[in-house]
Design a protein around this ligand. Structure first.
Ligand SMILES: Cc1cc2nc3c(=O)[nH]c(=O)nc-3n(C[C@H](O)[C@H](O)[C@H](O)COP(=O)(O)OP(=O)(O)OC[C@H]3O[C@@H](n4cnc5c(N)ncnc54)[C@H](O)[C@@H]3O)c2cc1C
Length: 342
């Protein structure tokens, strides 16, 4: 089976892993220039040297046995490590948050800078549009992108799948990045929920990072939404001041400051897990089909891959065209990271 996967974040890659392991031919398309999706890293050249900011997810939790086994593999390969500072089951990528996804991506054929604007089905085969270029044919297509971006792609193809995407809403997060010439005393290496700050993280306190004092400051959803149209300079000014207030300290002028707005940072989520239309060969995975975290995204793609390989062996493997699969091995993932986000 030849499959196209739109989106090379952790969900799309987890699905690809499963399909390739079963002998399928898989190609991934991603509109970004490089790896990570929302687990990405911003590398900045400063007068004091390069600093890599984990400006997407700052850590992830590892809860299910299957994901723990994968995290251990990452650790053995030097791509991830536990970071209990953020919680007993918290992990980080090493030396950057996108390292585990990079390790996954190394095994796949991925076309970067490839924004897919339409999917079409003709004579029982799928094709994709990258600008005016038509790419195909494919036997199956997987859409592994945030709900708001998935809905328009799906709406002309499968209203059931599109409706699932339309029912989800993603919340924005503004992330500010600061680097200083001296350490900020009076703040812990990690804190959450102080004023408008959801998470404050001292980047250089994490394994494998640049030694220069640098901070990632994520604003909460309400604050981010209220400041959605603000410019990066305003966000930096306000979050720098919030950082000082969080530690009741005078924060020095940073030698680097910038901000990134994630429009679709974390979804309201759903319980579907993943979706697969066996009749047409159209699948959907991503964090929004669970509850918006890295482990959920991985599991969604991993289980969609399993469902698809079962479906490829026998087209009647699923009881209905639009199957809501409940997972193969250890049942639904327990609700994770409760309390870390509102
Ligand atoms: C600021 C922030 C903080 C977070 N904090 C945490 C946390 O503390 N813990 C946690 O577990 N999770 C956290 N998350 C959520 C976590 O990052 C996501 O749940 C997870 O990375 C989602 O993976 P995904 O593969 O579903 O989607 P993504 O990582 O978004 O991957 C989708 C990919 O699709 C690509 N794409 C989109 N549209 C198209 C298109 N039309 N054509 C081609 N490519 C396309 C994108 O470029 C992207 O690479 C956070 C996210 C953000 C942004």
């Amino acid at each position: 089976m030849r499959t196209a996967i739109i989106g090379a974040g952790i969900a799309g890659l987890a699905c690809a892993n499963r399909l390739v392991a079963a002998g399928h031919d898989v190609v991934l398309f991603d509109k970004a220039r490089g790896t990570g999706g929302r687990l990405s890293t911003r590398r900045v050249a400063t007068a004091r040297g390069e600093i890599a900011f984990d400006h997407g997810a700052t850590h992830f939790t590892v809860r299910s046995p299957e994901f723990r086994a994968l995290a251990r593999e990452w650790m053995q390969g030097g791509h991830a490590a536990p970071w209990p500072v953020a919680g007993l089951d918290a992990w980080v990528g090493v030396p950057t948050m996108n390292a585990p996804v990079k390790a996954m991506a190394a095994h796949h054929k991925i076309l970067w800078s490839s924004h897919i604007s339409a999917i079409v089905r003709e004579d029982g085969a799928w094709s994709l549009y990258r600008a005016s270029e038509r790419i195909g044919p494919f036997d199956a297509v997987v859409v592994a992108i945030p709900a708001e971006q998935a809905a328009p792609l799906l709406s002309l193809l499968d209203f059931g799948l599109a409706r699932a995407a339309m029912a989800v809403r993603s919340y924005p997060i503004w992330t500010a990045m600061f680097a200083f010439d001296r350490g900020l005393k009076g703040l812990p290496d990690f804190f959450k929920s102080r004023g408008p700050i959801l998470y404050g993280v001292r980047g250089n306190a994490r394994p494998g990072r640049a030694r220069h004092e640098h901070w990632i400051v994520q604003a909460d959803w309400t604050w981010s939404e209220a400041h959605i149209g603000a410019d990066a300079a305003t966000i930096c000014r306000e979050l720098l001041s919030a950082l000082g207030q969080a530690g009741d300290i005078a924060v020095p002028e940073p030698f680097f400051a910038d901000a990134h707005r994630w429009l679709f940072a974390q979804p309201s989520g759903s319980d579907a897990g993943h979706l697969w239309n066996a009749a047409t060969g159209l699948g959907v995975c991503g964090d929004w089909l669970a509850h918006g975290y890295v482990e959920h995204a991985w599991r969604s793609g991993h289980e969609l891959g399993a469902t698809m390989t079962r479906g490829a062996r026998s087209s009647s493997a699923l009881p209905q065209d639009l199957a809501r699969a409940d997972g193969d091995a250890d049942g639904p993932l327990p609700s994770i990271q409760s309390g870390s986000l509102r």
